[in-house]
Design a protein around this ligand. Structure first.
Ligand code: DQA
Length: 143
């Protein structure tokens, strides 16, 4: 089984940007380390890709060759009909993942263009977020 982790803009800045929300220095390493450890424990192949541009993310999604997607679209979560359409076009099951708890923040972060078509949503688990999203996705795919 192959899973693609797709990240949108500013997620490479975890550990630097707004540390009170996204975590201190070292959080990015923990986040990715936990994700790869979980993949090994579950026996699945994973690949991580990221891009700042909405159109490039849509291209990555529609060209993806994988069984499932974990996606953290960053701010595009709350704005992008394109990413919703791309995920529906690809028809690949996906879990939406957010490092912060988007429901505990500004009102505009409560709106997601993806959640209602996702297999599941993980939000607010900090450095454990991608590992948890991967586990949920694999449970969904194996059921
Ligand atoms: C985020 C939450 C979004 O609202 C925000 O725009 C991000 C990161 C998260 O992982 O918590 O860039 O997706």
């Amino acid at each position: 089984m192959k899973i693609l982790l797709i990240e949108g803009p500013l997620l490479d800045k975890i550990g630097e940007r707004e540390p009170q929300i996204y975590g201190e220095k070292g959080t990015r390493e923990k986040l990715m380390g936990a994700f790869y450890e979980k993949a090994a424990a579950l026996g699945v192949e994973v690949e991580a890709v990221s891009d700042y541009a909405e159109g490039n993310l849509a291209k990555i999604i529609v060209n993806a060759e994988c069984d499932g997607i974990v996606i953290n679209p960053g701010a595009y979560t709350h704005t992008s009909i394109l990413l919703r359409d791309a995920l529906l076009c690809a028809g690949i099951p996906f879990v939406e993942a957010h490092i912060s708890n988007v429901f505990a923040r500004e009102d505009f972060r409560r709106k997601s263009y993806l959640s209602d078509v996702a297999a599941g949503v993980i939000t607010g688990l900090g450095s454990a977020t991608y590992a948890a999203a991967l586990e949920v996705l694999i449970t969904f795919l194996r059921k």
